[in-house]
Design a protein around this ligand. Sequence first.
Ligand code: NI
Length: 174
Amino acid sequence: MKLKLRVYPDPVLAQKAARIEAITPDVKQLAQDMAETMYANDGIGLAAPQVGQSVRLVVVDLSGPEVRDDLRVFVNPVITEKSSEIVETEEGCLSVATLRANVKRAAQVTVQAQDLDGNELTIEADELLAVCLQHEIDHLQGVLFIDHISRLKRSLYDKKVKKWMRQQDKAGAN
Ligand code: NI
């Protein structure tokens, strides 16, 4: 089932997500629904807080855009190593409407997580996967890519968001 996306400044996006203690059928269902939601929105990654569930679950699929066939699910992912080499990549986020901006991140990371069967995974990621995993794991800490951009860009974006919210309030009142 496709889930409703939470969009900045929804407070759930700023919360630190809880560890998943047991991979229950509900957790498996959530992973499946998150994948469906990611595909429906042409995303390459999605973290559970983005669908209003404050738990440490991430789905990633870098394939596409036509065929999406490389789904990876990460339960409780943690970055255990980061390269000192930095890359700058233009990022967007399904929870951050319209904005894309350059973000600097480690070029390579090692991530430990579990899969949906509870197996321990160690992933050595580079290129887009490294960037995507850092972006998604940030979500579990309540951090968005706009927390990494310049103060000026951020304040311009916040002004825009406030204006949209005022317009929505007005539309709602009519
Ligand atoms: Ni995101």
